[in-house]
Design a protein around this ligand. Structure first.
Ligand SMILES: *Cc1c(COP(=O)(O)O)cnc(C)c1O
Length: 472
C-alpha cells in the first residue's frame, strides 16, 4: 500500500477506474439535469463536513469521490440553471467539464517551455485578437479573470507613459496619475490602481450622459482640469457593458479622444466585449474596440467556459512583453528541447506557473462553433429586450432604464426588491440580484445564459409579479 512511488497514486487502479467512471457519470447527470437544479442553500453542517484535520488519515479515493458527489456537488452557485440572472455569472458549457479533465490529466504548466498546451493558448489568443480586430503583433494572455487582466493592461499603460525604467525605479518619483472611467465602471479599475501603488483616488469617475455612456465633454474637462493641477492623465477605460446597468461607453469617441490626448485606451469588456459576436444592432455597441490599446474580457461569463478564465489583449505585443519579462538564469530559454519555445507566457503577466485554462476555451469554441456562440449572445440580448417589454406591460413593475444589450433593471411598485430577490432565490424559481439606480432599489437581470429560453423569461417575470402582489 505505501510502496514508494505509489503512496499517492491509487493502490488499486481498477477500483479507482470504477469509482472514477461513477463520479464522471454523476457529473454528467448534473450537467444534463441543469434545468432542474437551481441554487439550494448549503446545509448548516457544511463547514464541519468539509473540515480538514491536522492528522487526516487518508480516506482513499472512492470515499472522497462519494463525498464530492453527495456533499459538495449539490451546493453549487446555481448559475448552471436557465433562470439564473444574478450578478454576471456564466453558465458553463458541458464540454468544459471534459476539457478540465483532460487538462488535469496532462497537468501542463503554461509559464513557458515548448509543449503542446502552449500552442493551444496561443491559438485562443490569436482567435480572440482577430475577434477584437487587433492587428498581427498584438499579444495576449489568459488570466483568472478581468480583474487580473486590468492590472496587466494598466501596468503596460504605465510603461508606455513613463518608459521601461519604471520597473526598476518604481513609482515614488512619478507624481500623481489618473485613469478615467465612467461612474458605473467596475471596482477592479480602482483595485488595479491600488495594487499598482497609485491608490484608488487615481481612478476618476466621469458621469454618464443621457445615453448611459461616459459623458465625453465631462471627460475632456476632467483631463484638462487634472493637467492644470499637474496630475498626469494615463489612460481612459471604456466600459463595454457595465456591471450595474449593462451600459456601453462610446468606444469610438474614446479612441478618438485618446488619440488626440496621447492617452492609453483600455476597454473593460468583461462580458460586453463579446457583443462583437452578436448580430446588429448589438455588435454596434462595441464599435471602436479594434482601436483599443488593451482589452480585458472574460471567457467565464458570456462565452460560458467553466470558471475561471479571462484574458488581456494588447495592441503593442513588444511593450506587453517588456512590462513583465524577467528571466532569471534558471529560466533561460534553450534553442531546442522542452526548454525552448519562442513565447513564454510568464513574460506577459504576473504568474510563473500557470494552468491549462486555454483548453476549455479552445474546446468551447471548437465544439459550439462561432455561429452558435453568436446566436446565443444575440438571443440573450433579445431576451433582455423581451424582459423589458414584459416589465413595461406590467402594472406592478417599472423599467429603470432602457435595455442596451443583455442587462435589464426594473423597480417594483411595492415591496422591497431585495426581499423579492431572496424569496425567488429560496424558492428556486429564479435568481435576480439587486442594485440601486436613481436612489431606488431595483431588481437586476444580467442574461449571459445559454440555457435561457423566452419561456424562462416569462416564468421569471411572472414569479416577480406574484411576489410583488403578495407584498401588498
Ligand atoms: C465581472 C466584471 C469584472 C471583473 O471580472 P472578473 O472576471 O470577475 O475578475 C470587471 N468588469 C466588468 C464590467 C465585469 O462585469
Amino acid at each position: 500500500m505505501t510502496k514508494p512511488g505509489y503512496r499517492i497514486d491509487p493502490a488499486d487502479p481498477e477500483a479507482f477506474r470504477r469509482a472514477f467512471h461513477e463520479l464522471a457519470a454523476a457529473c454528467l447527470d448534473r450537467v444534463e439535469q441543469a434545468r432542474a437544479l437551481p441554487w439550494v442553500p448549503k446545509p448548516e453542517t457544511m463547514a464541519d463536513t468539509v473540515a480538514l484535520g491536522s492528522d487526516e488519515p487518508g480516506l482513499g479515493e472512492a470515499e472522497v469521490f462519494a463525498m464530492m458527489r453527495g456533499e459538495v456537488m449539490p451546493y453549487a452557485t446555481g448559475n448552471t440553471h436557465p433562470r439564473f440572472f444574478g450578478w454576471v455569472h456564466g453558465t458553463g458549457q458541458p464540454v468544459g467539464v471534459a476539457a478540465e479533465m483532460v487538462a488535469a490529466a496532462m497537468n501542463s504548466n503554461l509559464g513557458g517551455r515548448d509543449h503542446g498546451a502552449m500552442a493551444v493558448e496561443q491559438s485562443v489568443i490569436d482567435w480572440s485578437r482577430r475577434m477584437a480586430g487587433l492587428p498581427e503583433g498584438a499579444s495576449g494572455l489568459l488570466t483568472t479573470g478581468t480583474s487580473q487582466a486590468t492590472i496587466l493592461a494598466l501596468s503596460a499603460a504605465r510603461m508606455k507613459l513613463f518608459g521601461d525604467a519604471v520597473r526598476k525605479d518604481g513609482i515614488a518619483g512619478l507624481g500623481r496619475v489618473r485613469v478615467y472611467c465612467v461612474d458605473g465602471a467596475h471596482a477592479c479599475i480602482e483595485k488595479a490602481m491600488e495594487v499598482m501603488g497609485h491608490g484608488s483616488c487615481a481612478a476618476r469617475h466621469i458621469p454618464e450622459g443621457p445615453d448611459g455612456a461616459m459623458d465625453m465633454a465631462a471627460l475632456e474637462a476632467a483631463i484638462a482640469e487634472d493637467r492644470a493641477a499637474r496630475i498626469l492623465p494615463m489612460a481612459v477605460v471604456g466600459t463595454a457593458g457595465s456591471v450595474n446597468t449593462g451600459n456601453f461607453d462610446r468606444l469610438d469617441a474614446i479612441a478618438g479622444l485618446c488619440g488626440r490626448e496621447g492617452l492609453w485606451f483600455h476597454v473593460d469588456g468583461a462580458f460586453g466585449f463579446w457583443a462583437v459576436l452578436a448580430e446588429a444592432p448589438w455588435c454596434d455597441l462595441v464599435r471602436g474596440v479594434d482601436r483599443a490599446d488593451s482589452i480585458a474580457a472574460d471567457f467565464h461569463k458570456w462565452i460560458g467556459v467553466p470558471y475561471d478564465c479571462g484574458m488581456v489583449l494588447m495592441r503593442d505585443g513588444d511593450l506587453h512583453r517588456r512590462t513583465f519579462s524577467t528571466r532569471p538564469a534558471y529560466l533561460e530559454g534553450q534553442g531546442a528541447g522542452l526548454g525552448g519555445g519562442e513565447t513564454w507566457f510568464t513574460d506577459y503577466g504576473l504568474e510563473l506557473s500557470r494552468g491549462f485554462r486555454a483548453l476549455k476555451v479552445w474546446a468551447a469554441i471548437k465544439a459550439a462553433g462561432v455561429p452558435a456562440l453568436s446566436a446565443t449572445i444575440t438571443d440573450n440580448c433579445r431576451q433582455a429586450a423581451m424582459m423589458a417589454e414584459l416589465v413595461e406591460a406590467s402594472e406592478v413593475l417599472e423599467l429603470a432604464q432602457p435595455v442596451q444589450a443583455n442587462v435589464c433593471c426594473f423597480y417594483l411598485t411595492r415591496g422591497e426588491a431585495s426581499a423579492v430577490a431572496t424569496a425567488l432565490q429560496l424558492s428556486g424559481e429564479a435568481v435576480f440580484s439587486t442594485t440601486t439606480l436613481n436612489g431606488r432599489e431595483c431588481l437586476r437581470a444580467a442574461i449571459v445564459n445559454h440555457r435561457t429560453t423566452e419561456e424562462d423569461i416569462r416564468l421569471a417575470v411572472a414569479a416577480v409579479e406574484r411576489e410583488v402582489r403578495a407584498a401588498g
